[in-house]
Design a protein around this ligand. Structure first.
Ligand code: 2AM
Ligand code: CA
Ligand code: CA
Ligand code: CA
Length: 268
């Protein structure tokens, strides 16, 4: 994708994201219709759907040759990442949106022929926009994020992860995960994958570990974390496939080898 084209798409995406965020803030106290999807904790609201539909209709009008992968069903059913593909989560952290009215984000990753070119993660209620363009660094609002510091050791690391890792699970035995939780300085669970990626990029957590996420949960975060020199793979150290669900391990690259070795010890 040439730079001029990318700049146009970046500016347009940013405008729509800020606009969608303003609408959500204006309606944050309106009565909500909440439905469930795969299980009683898997929520979707009319706001998730309206926000996704807003993006899809704008993109289809303005960039009719672009494709869309998105959570709530308004996008395309893609078998390939050829061309320009917007990978959108209209509200990441729907449970937080419903229960807390904060700590959720709009996540938009824009890929061209499978390469992440642009990433946006918008913390709507805080009005903080994380953004990145490939090879141009990552930003928190207008401030450039520093490259992640290299000297981090596990004993001084804070990891983002949810508590299901400590229950019996299909990926890593829970004793190994309990050892990991005791080894590191601290753990955090924020409830929005996109925000956890943004926090890794900002350097306020040192890694983020998750069992199974969809492309829209991670597409923007991967672009942003890569731009500060972080590592973004699955828990086996393999590149993430943007057409499937993946386990995820995003981190300061200094921690990567240690953590991947640790996880392999308990890998099922
Ligand atoms: P969502 O809010 O867009 O669904 C919560 O721990 C994080 O995991 C959120 O980023 C959430 O995204 C994501 N997630 C992915 N699949 C989920 C599911 N089936 N149920 C709840 N959260 C899910
Ligand atoms: Ca969801
Ligand atoms: Ca999500
Ligand atoms: Ca979502």
């Amino acid at each position: 994708m040439n730079n001029e084209r990318r700049e146009t798409i970046y500016n347009q995406a940013k405008e729509w994201i800020l606009q969608a965020g303003t609408t959500i803030r204006e309606k944050i106290n309106d009565p909500l219709v909440v439905n469930t999807k795969s299980n009683p904790n898997d929520l979707v609201t009319t706001m998730d759907e309206a926000t996704e539909s807003f993006f899809v209709s704008r993109i289809k009008d303005t960039f009719p040759d672009h494709f869309i992968i998105s959570e709530e069903g308004y996008g395309d059913n893609l078998k390939s990442l050829d061309g320009t593909v917007w990978i959108i989560d209209p509200i990441d952290g729907t449970m937080n949106f419903v229960h807390q009215k904060r700590n959720f984000a709009i996540s938009v990753g824009i890929y061209h022929d499978g390469i992440g070119e642009i990433g946006f993660i918008y913390d709507v209620m805080s009005d903080v926009l994380y953004s990145a363009k490939r090879n141009e660094g990552a930003y928190k609002n207008d401030v450039k994020l520093a490259p992640l510091k290299k000297e981090i050791i596990p004993e001084e690391a804070i990891l983002g992860m949810n508590h299901f890792w400590l229950c019996e699970n299909r990926l890593v035995d829970e004793i190994t995960m309990q050892k990991l939780v005791k080894k590191v300085r601290g753990t955090r669970t924020y409830g929005s994958a996109a925000l956890e990626f943004a926090y890794v990029a900002e350097g306020i957590i040192d890694g983020y570990l998750t069992m199974s996420l969809s492309p829209w949960d991670v597409a923007a975060g991967i672009v942003i974390v890569n731009e500060v020199g972080g590592a973004t793979t699955n828990i086996d150290g393999v590149q993430v496939n943007m057409l499937e669900k993946n386990s995820i391990f995003a981190c300061n690259s200094d921690l990567q080898k240690y953590m991947l070795d640790f996880l392999q010890k308990g890998r099922k």
